[in-house]
Design a protein around this ligand. Structure first.
Ligand code: E4P
Length: 226
């Protein structure tokens, strides 16, 4: 499963890129706006932190096909390889997806809330479809159920598009989404840290250190192998 970081916060992205096996970064206009800084400078900096080999998904701010296509082409030029234009699913967005695919631009169809939106987005040529798990849970729907049906639909119909589940608030949502075979998830850096952290791991490491020190003091293995 691909782990993608849903953030435009430079320091947090730097930390995730250094310490965790992440596959890329996603942003959306809300996430970008929080940084209150020059948009182009920001996305260039994110690209330089994660490097050219990791995926970078940047969302269009246009709503009509002509402008979405133009934005997609210019952003691809700026961001290079492994760039995906996020396009919210809509008639104009689907038309833009079909046009941009012909020009080889990677597409993530986003703001997906139903199985049919995902299927139609995939048919239009989206490389990824992004269903919103927590926002579905918030309306007393079932984000995990919707995502699991999209994953199954893609299997049954032999569709190559991948499911990039988005909008997470809890580690439990992440775990359940992973269990249904979702190919990719995007989560904020704080939630990523929660997935790694466990107090019992810290206790275990403390015990290992104390037991070692009781016999070998402060000697390290690297000092023992010359
Ligand atoms: C990512 O692609 C989505 O834009 C994002 O995960 C939405 O998350 P939210 O529901 O927490 O805003």
């Amino acid at each position: 499963m691909l782990y993608i970081i849903d953030s435009a916060h430079i320091e947090l992205i730097k930390k995730c890129a250094e310490f965790y096996p992440i596959d890329g970064v996603t942003t959306n206009p809300t996430i970008i706006s929080k940084e209150k800084t020059d948009f182009i400078k920001l996305i260039k900096e994110i690209r330089s932190i994660i490097g050219p080999d990791k995926m970078f998904h940047v969302q269009t701010t246009s709503t009509d096909c002509k402008d979405i296509v133009e934005e997609g082409l210019r952003l691809r030029e700026l961001m290079g390889e492994n760039f995906y234009l996020k396009i919210p699913v809509s008639p104009e967005g689907l038309k833009a997806t079909m046009e941009l695919k012909k020009q080889g631009v990677g597409i993530t169809m986003t703001a997906i809330f139903t199985q049919q939106q995902a299927l139609i987005g995939a048919k239009a040529g989206a490389d990824f479809v992004a269903p919103y798990v927590n926002r579905l849970d918030n309306i007393v729907s079932d984000g995990v159920h919707v995502v699991s049906e999209i994953v199954n639909l893609f299997k049954v119909h032999n569709i190559n598009s991948k499911v990039l589940a988005a909008s997470f608030k809890t580690a439990e949502q992440v775990h359940k989404i992973a269990m249904v075979g979702t190919q990719a998830i995007t989560i904020n850096p704080e939630l990523f840290e929660q997935l790694v952290y466990h107090p019992l791991t810290l206790y275990a490491v403390d015990d290992f250190e104390a037991d070692w020190a009781s016999v070998y003091g402060n000697q390290k293995i690297i000092d023992m192998i010359k």
